[in-house]
Ligand binder design. Structure first.
Ligand code: NAP
Length: 264
């Protein structure tokens, strides 16, 4: 299958590192112009420098904005007025005692992980529908389906994102715009290394820390290793392609078999 995204413009939120950077690389290698988003100009420029090495000849647009705010969404629209492929990747996660999570923290998880994505969908979906082609993808998590006791607020936000995805897919019915979510499983990113070391002995070397984490906290994983960010990016690139035109309103899993379910 030859995926060609040339002529398409993508925005990947939270793409200075981790899964977002891998998605940006994948889309750029397939020919898309990609908006790189983070909160600081230095981090965005540094990321673009790295990505140019990973996707030679590709075109990147800096989108320096905190897209979890209304002002940030406006700045994104100024930097990239036309977006054909929107990937709402940005998300925060942490572990917390469920009884200790404050109201403000619940609200913050909703604002950052759900409302920011909704705002960008509102911003870009009408243009996509008008042009008769578009791809919206929301990066969800296994925690949307299998709520970890130590991450209820995070799980709640990702479950909400699945609901939002299905709803906007209906809103976009018949327009040529597809809306899907990608259920990522435990993935090997810098953020997750910090998270893992919050739960296991900090003195363990990374390989051993990963093994202990998977055995004790993610025993359901069928691959018993963390997923590499590129493995998530491969699904996102496919969903962004012309070839994926009949896939919409769905939740596609790249979770290493973590969610114990036959249906996706
Ligand atoms: N890692 C996993 O195991 C895993 C598993 C399942 C799902 N996911 C989901 O995958 C997504 C990416 O996770 P990740 O682990 O790759 O994240 P990460 O390594 O923590 O990266 C977060 C990215 O978001 C940017 N960012 C944070 N707040 C921002 C804001 N307010 N405005 C703009 N950019 C912001 C950061 O850039 P700056 O710091 O430069 O602003 C960075 O590029 C999240 O939605 C997460 O829930 C992750």
């Amino acid at each position: 299958m030859q995926i060609d995204l040339s002529g398409r413009t993508a925005l990947v939120t939270g793409s200075t590192q981790g899964i977002g950077a891998a998605i940006a690389t994948g889309l750029a290698r397939a020919g898309a112009t990609v908006g790189i988003n983070g909160r600081s100009g230095d981090r965005v420029e540094e990321a673009i420098g790295r990505l140019r090495g990973d996707a030679p000849g590709a075109e990147f647009v800096p989108v320096t904005a905190d897209v979890t705010t209304e002002e940030g969404a406006r700045r994104a629209a100024e930097a990239l007025p036309r977006v054909d492929i929107l990937v709402n990747n940005l998300g925060i996660f942490d572990s917390a005692d469920p009884l200790e999570i404050t109201d403000d923290e619940w609200r913050r998880y909703f604002e950052v992980n759900v409302l920011a994505a909704v705002r960008l969908v509102r911003q870009y979906l009408p243009g996509m529908s008008g042009r008769g082609w578009g791809r919206i993808q929301n990066i969800a998590s296994d925690s949307a389906v299998v709520i970890p006791a130590e991450m209820i607020h995070y799980g709640m936000s990702k479950t909400a994102l699945l609901a939002v995805t299905r709803g906007f897919a209906k809103q976009a019915a018949g327009t040529g715009v597809t809306v899907n979510s990608v259920i990522a499983g435990p993935t090997h990113t810098g953020g997750v290394e910090d998270f893992v070391y919050g739960l296991v002995d900090r003195d363990l070397a990374w390989d051993e820390a990963q093994r202990v984490f998977m055995r004790e906290y993610r025993p359901q994983s069928l691959i018993q290793r963390l997923i590499e960010p590129e493995e998530i990016a491969n699904m996102v690139v496919y969903l962004a392609s012309d070839q994926a035109s009949a896939t919409t309103g769905g939740a596609l899993r790249v979770d290493g078999g973590y969610v114990d379910s036959i249906l996706p």
